[in-house]
Design a protein around this ligand. Structure first.
Ligand code: 5GP
Ligand code: ZN
Length: 136
């Protein structure tokens, strides 16, 4: 897609430290890493978000994610890793070509990727259980 920085990485118009490539996916190092070895995995075809990519291509990119994550963990001696995937601006997506962040983690590395710490009210959980199920 014109103007997409990740499409340009796929077509080698701009350089990146590519660490994996197969027929449908590539993986390369994040230029502004959250941790050493922070890697991005993307489908070669341009789709904006998780809601746009066809199921078959998502399956293929998932296989690449698993393979690349194992290599990133080994190379960085990580004790864990986060798989992060932002969709749309409100969720922090800056590059609008779907991508999966693999962020190696070590105990006490100080990285903050925090979720809620307050337990939800039972009525609130029941409400969202009903509402979301309606759309499945
Ligand atoms: P998002 O916030 O969209 O989920 O993440 C986009 C990621 O792409 C960011 O972590 C950012 O550091 C990375 N990034 C942005 N531009 C480039 C680039 O030109 N090359 C590489 N390798 N990574 C980039
Ligand atoms: Zn693109």
């Amino acid at each position: 897609m014109d103007g997409c920085i990740f499409c340009k990485i796929v077509s080698n118009e701009i350089t990146a430290k590519k660490i994996f490539e197969d027929e449908n996916s590539i993986a390369f190092l994040d230029l502004y890493p959250a941790a050493k070895g922070h890697t991005l995995v993307i489908p070669k075809n341009h789709y904006a978000t998780l809601l746009d990519i066809p199921e078959m291509e998502l399956k293929e990119v998932s296989q690449a994610i698993q393979k690349v994550a194992a290599a990133v963990v080994k190379a960085t001696n990580a004790e864990g890793f986060n798989l992060v995937q932002n969709n749309r601006e409100a969720a922090g997506q800056v590059v609008h070509h779907i991508h999966f962040h693999i962020v190696p983690r070590h105990k006490d590395d100080g990285l903050k990727l925090a979720f809620g710490s307050k337990e939800a009210e039972p009525s609130e959980l029941a409400h969202w259980e009903t509402q979301i199920k309606k759309h499945i």
